[in-house]
Design a protein around this ligand. Sequence first.
Ligand SMILES: CCCCC/C=C\C/C=C\CCC/C=C/C(=O)SCCNC(=O)CCNC(=O)[C@H](O)C(C)(C)COP(=O)(O)OP(=O)(O)OC[C@H]1O[C@@H](n2cnc3c(N)ncnc32)[C@H](O)[C@@H]1OP(=O)(O)O
Length: 210
Amino acid sequence: MHMQSPPVNSLSLDFLTELCISLEKLEMDKGCRGLIITSVLSNQPKVFSAGLDILEMYGKSPEHCGEFWKVVQEMWLKFYGSNMGSSPAGGCLLSLTCDYRIMADNPRYTIGLNETQLGIVAPFWFKETMVNTVGHRNTEVALQLGLLYKPAEALKIGLVDQLVPEDQVFTVASQTMTKWLTIPGNVSVITTKSTLNLLFSFQLWCFNLV
Ligand SMILES: CCCCC/C=C\C/C=C\CCC/C=C/C(=O)SCCNC(=O)CCNC(=O)[C@H](O)C(C)(C)COP(=O)(O)OP(=O)(O)OC[C@H]1O[C@@H](n2cnc3c(N)ncnc32)[C@H](O)[C@@H]1OP(=O)(O)O
């Protein structure tokens, strides 16, 4: 899936709604077993996603905010596999929901949950997704300081799985997907994933988020 919402793929209500509809269609397509998500901004190829669209969260009616927040949660519940450049906040969340993260190895790009730097709080389910990926201590430091990690640092704490030269990101993502798809049978993979996420699913249920 190619994300192309200039200038920086910020996650607006319209963009997220389109994303969710596309994912729903793919989910219903029995021939689709995996998804690589990438950014193809022509003017700005270095950004995966700038995160939630800040303009959607300021000066809007409670109804609009409710609708926006609902679609943010929908998006997070649906995602699969990614490759990327800069991914702050919601952009990082988008990639954290994927099974495997491949990042372009360019120190100009960063990834992380930088909400505190913006004076906002990463919601519980952003935090929990991060904990499940990089562990509690790394999350504690990352979230309180609102850290944005350069690729080498992100790899070190396990926030991304692989760094590759910028021009090879998509090729490596395709090779990785091919390897993952050699695992036989959807049921065993889905069941394994559900088991891994059991506690988190229960927490979400307790918070009435699913
Ligand atoms: C509905 C809400 C319900 C209530 C919730 C209440 C409170 C909120 C509580 C919790 C929410 C927490 C969860 C929040 C998650 C988020 O994702 S917040 C967004 C965080 N994102 C960022 O901090 C990224 C900011 N952007 C950047 O760092 C950079 O723009 C970049 C992505 C690295 C790209 O840099 P560069 O190439 O230098 O490009 P520019 O900075 O010049 O940007 C180009 C234009 O894009 C606009 N823009 C950038 N980011 C956003 C964004 N997130 N939303 C909207 N617009 C964005 C930027 O303003 C530039 O526009 P102009 O050219 O100036 O018009």
